[in-house]
Each structure stands twice: as C-alpha cells, then as structure tokens.
Design a protein around this ligand. Structure first.
Ligand code: SF4
Length: 455
C-alpha cells in the first residue's frame, strides 16, 4: 500500500487539446490533495490520458501503455492508470489484455486519491471536468492556454466515434467559463485558445440555443489584458454572421477561423452526415474572406471515405486548389467500429487512400508556399514561444499552437537569445521572453514557416 503523501504522480497526455485540459484538471486536483506532480520518469504513479478517435491514435496510446508496463516490470513504476478515450472505448478488452494496469477510467471523472481507487471508492463518480476549481496544473507554457467551453458533440458525423466516447454534448456554465477567463487574465497569459469538439454549438444544451458569440463578447471583456483570443473547432453550418462580425470588429480575437470541412462533394458530405452542402461551404468561405480581410482559414479534410470515386476526389482536390485555404490538415479515412460508416459498402483500399492523402498534402504544400511568399517584407505581430539555438520561435495570429507553422525570429544581437527550456524555463538574459509580442519584419518564407527579424 503506497502512503498517500509520498506518491508522486506523472502524466502523459495524448491526443487533442481537450484531453490536455482534462489532464491539467486531473493533476490540479491531485496536487490540491498534496500529491507531488513530477515528470513521468520520476513518478510512482503514471497516468496516461489516451486518445482513440482513429487507428493511428489508438496505436500511439497502446504503444504508450506498453512502454509504461515495461517500466513497471523494471520496478521503476508502482501504478499505471489509463484514462480517457481509449479506456472509455475499450475498458473491458484492455483490462483483459493488460493485467499489469491498475485502473481504466473512461469518462471525465477521476478518483480524489489514487489509493482510494483500490477500495473502489464512490469518489470516482463525483468529479466532472466542468467542476470549477483553481487547482489546474498547467501543461502548456504559461503564456498560452486552452479554455474548454464544451465537451461531447451534438453532430453525428457517420465516421466519427467522438459522440460515443465523450457522451452527450455538455457546455460549461457561462459564469464558470468567465471565471476561468478571469483567472487567465490575472495570470497574464498572452493567448487563450477556446476549444470544444464543436464550440459553435456552445449553449445548445444549457440554454437551448447557440450562445458562442455572446460568450465571446463577455470573454473579451473579462480577459481585457489578453492580447490574443483564438477560436478552435467551429462547425461550418453554425458559423453565424454575428460571429463573423465580432471577429472582424474585435482586434484581440485572432483573424483565424478553424473550420473543419471534411469534404466538398455533395454526395460524400451527405454520406458523412455533414449538414453543409457544397454551395453552403463556398458561400461561407466567400463571406468570411469578404468580411474579414487577411483572415487565415484552417480546415481539415478526410480522404478515402467509403465509395469516394476518383471524380469526387478530383472535385475535392480542385476545391483545395481554388479555395487556397491558409492552413489545412488531412486525415485518411479510418474505419471505426461503432460508427455508421463502418458498415458502408465500398471501403477503399489503403493504397488508394494513401495516394489521395499524398495528393492533397502536396497540393497544399504548393499553396502554403505561395501564400507565405506574400508576407515577404511585411511586418507581423509575433508571439514568442521559445528560444532555441540562438533563434526565437514564435507564431503569428495565423498560427495556432502545436498545429500550424512557426515564425523564426532572429534576434537583433546574437547573444540576445540564449537557450531556454520550452516550457516555463526562461533565460532572464534573453531580450525576449516566452509570451512577448514583438513586431517582426519577414525576411524569408518557407513552405509552412516564416523567417524574420525583430524590430
Ligand atoms: S463534428 Fe462530427 S467529426 Fe467533429 S466531433 Fe462532432 S461528430 Fe465528430
């Protein structure tokens, strides 16, 4: 039996920023209860917050479990707790397959204390991600953060398991969101990234109507010191004119629209159970571009969806070439049991899916290179994230953390930037610190990144 006070806890947070927020919340609670939070290498108890929405993510999660089991067999770990989407989806199979693992916790609830878990304490069910506590243990660098305003999803795309894993759509009470935004404001963060599975559905459960725009206006007010507020994961058919107007008018909201479109062909969109048709998407993209000058649109597409013909794929590729979206991610269709599309006929061969993925990524590479060229000689506001090898790493408002490009900023004087750890480690001698916003003149452009000098 591990004495409660001594047990050091470490976490490996896999998957999306929503998972990261859950991991911060778990560590925050344990820390409040006196458990020291350490790097995984020093931990007695390892928690893995897993991801399971597509095949690759499942493989990564299983790989992490096997690594930790090896550490436990070497006596370097005492307990392993598997949390999150993989546990939610495969709790019983995993429990059978991995007897070395001490607990599988699926839903967003977690034991108040590691040791009571063995006693099967009822504490397990009490905790909920929406519960407001100040014990968040940040896992992002201190200058940017994620604010999760809702979980689960109201949409039921035919290829997606998330609604099954995350359960019914749940918004965080507006007051709780604002309390968190206020805390981030007091913490002087430079960037708040607002997240959910589909933030445009915010409020549909609690208030019976979407209230994202209203919430955003209030966040802008309470977070009056925060220079950048970014929206991630908007569902196309719920992007309102009001929201577009607010992004256009409020300078502290990043001109960055994250709009997963998934496809453009009407037959495929219908099979995907997406609620926007091609004409709606074209109209929306056109409206956003007209209303918000110099906006960056990020999107994601699925290639190789069951029965997708060569012609339908060509239509998608044609749209990508015409629309010239600034940021694009592509996924190879992953056949997931428990989804409607799992039983669709004409599942495509992996070779065809991989070829289509390659075609989309190389088309986007050309587009991104050309778009970046337009920044040559221009001055951009850049948020400094780190300093590495004598160069600052930063992002413009057109780059979300961890998914988009970087701006490499050469310091005015070479020794202005000495090595500093990525996260909260700061080298006080450096002229610029993580979280600083600086004007940068772009002197060179790459496929996805920019290079410049701080002014
Ligand atoms: S919008 Fe569709 S793809 Fe996105 S989480 Fe919801 S169901 Fe999944």
């Amino acid at each position: 039996m591990i004495s409660q006070k001594l047990c050091k806890v470490g976490i490996l947070s896999l998957g999306c920023p929503r998972n990261l927020v859950d991991s911060e919340s778990i560590l925050g609670r344990l820390n409040l209860k006196g458990y020291p939070i350490v790097d995984l290498e020093q931990a007695d108890v390892a928690i893995v917050n897993t991801c399971a929405f597509i095949e690759d993510a499942k493989k990564e999660s299983i790989g992490a479990l096997l690594d930790l089991i090896a550490l436990k067999k070497e006596g370097r770990l005492k307990k392993i707790i598997v949390y999150g989407c993989l546990a939610q989806r495969y709790k019983y199979t995993l429990a059978r397959e991995f007897p070395e693992i001490d607990a599988f916790i699926g839903k967003v609830s977690f034991p108040a204390s590691v040791s009571t878990m063995q006693a099967g304490s009822r504490l397990l069910s009490k905790i909920d991600w929406r519960e407001n506590h100040n014990g968040r243990f940040p896992l992002t660098p201190s200058h940017f953060t994620y604010l999760k305003i809702c979980e689960g999803c109201v949409n039921h795309c035919s290829y997606c398991v998330i609604p099954r894993i995350k359960g019914r759509f749940a918004s965080l009470e507006m007051d709780s969101v604002l309390e968190k935004a206020e805390k981030f404001n007091r913490d002087k963060v430079s960037e708040i990234n607002i997240i959910g599975q589909d933030i445009s559905g915010y409020g549909l459960d609690l208030y019976k109507k979407p209230r994202l725009t209203e919430l955003l206006r209030k966040i802008v007010k309470v977070a009056d010191n925060v220079p950048w507020i970014r929206l991630l994961y908007l569902y196309p058919s719920r992007v309102s004119d009001e929201l577009i107007e607010l992004i256009k008018d409020e300078p502290r909201i990043c001109r960055y629209i994250d709009l997963p479109l998934q496809h453009i062909n009407d037959r495929i969109l219908k099979l995907m159970r997406r609620s926007s048709a091609k004409k709606d998407i074209l109209k929306l993209v056109d409206k956003i571009r007209k209303k918000i000058p110099a906006v960056a649109i990020r999107t994601a597409f699925i290639v190789g969806f069951p029965s997708e013909t060569e012609a339908e794929f060509r239509e998608l590729l044609g749209f990508i070439r015409d629309a010239r979206l600034e940021r694009l991610g592509a996924f190879i269709y992953s056949r997931e049991e428990g989804t409607e599309a799992f039983s669709f006929k004409q599942q495509l061969p992996d070779k065809v899916k991989a070829e289509r993925f390659g075609a989309v990524m190389s088309a986007q590479q050309e587009i991104s290179r050309a778009i970046n060229k337009n920044f040559l000689g221009k001055t951009l506001e850049v948020l400094i994230d780190a300093c590495e090898n004598g160069t600052y790493l930063g992002r413009s408002q057109y780059d979300a953390p961890e998914v988009d490009g970087l701006v490499y900023v050469h310091p005015v004087r070479k020794d202005d930037c000495k090595e500093a750890k990525f996260s909260n480690g700061v080298n006080s001698k450096n002229k610029l610190k993580p979280g600083d916003l600086v004007k940068v003149k772009i002197t060179d452009t790459l496929e996805y990144d920019l290079v410049g000098e701080s002014l």
